[in-house]
Design a protein around this ligand. Structure first.
Ligand SMILES: [Zn+2]
Length: 171
């Protein structure tokens, strides 16, 4: 496989096989379209389990068996989760709550949806968008919503969380 400079994992798996054991691997999907690759999995876990964010994926840049660098330059780590979206309801003047169950005024408690979900909901709820009238529901990327809300100076915690995500995502 491309981007796989050594066969250590495969070799070890051969030895582990008789012990009914297999090394857990993580599949990387580079965002620049270069070939997918696998790396021995580094286990990660959330620090604060109540937070929606995390855990991020940690990808090794060197083979833990032979010590060879996987790549001259570490690629962008694969992103475990796609960008998340919020849905604003003009009708209710609230955010959609998680799982399409109710509404909330708190951006913190708003539901997080995939882009497809959010646009599907916003584009079809209450008849969808109509020309020359305010859209009933609007899908907006979580990060954009938080940046805009942040200008009111009310959601510093969110900015911190975003920064933590960026740091965590680059691990
Ligand atoms: Zn190796």
């Amino acid at each position: 496989m491309a981007n796989q400079p050594c066969t250590c994992v495969a070799d070890f798996n051969m030895k582990l096989r008789e012990h009914n054991t297999l090394i857990v691997e993580t599949i990387g999907i580079p965002r620049d379209g270069s070939p997918t690759f696998t790396r021995p999995t580094i286990r990660t876990q959330k620090i604060e389990s109540r937070k929606r964010l995390g855990p991020a994926i940690a990808m090794p840049t060197f083979c833990p068996f032979c010590g060879n660098a996987y790549e001259a330059q570490p690629s962008q780590p694969a992103i475990a989760e796609a960008p998340q979206y919020l849905i604003w309801s003009n009708e209710h003047r609230c955010w959609w709550a998680p799982n399409q169950r109710g509404y909330t005024q708190s951006i913190d408690r708003a539901g997080r949806y995939t882009r497809d979900e959010a646009i599907g909901i916003a584009g079809t709820a209450r008849g969808g968008w109509e020309v020359a009238s305010n859209p009933s529901e609007i899908a907006i990327p979580e990060a954009d919503a938080i940046d805009q809300a942040g200008h009111c100076g009310r959601l510093q915690a969110y900015a911190d969380r975003l920064a933590a995500r960026q740091e965590g995502g680059a691990a």
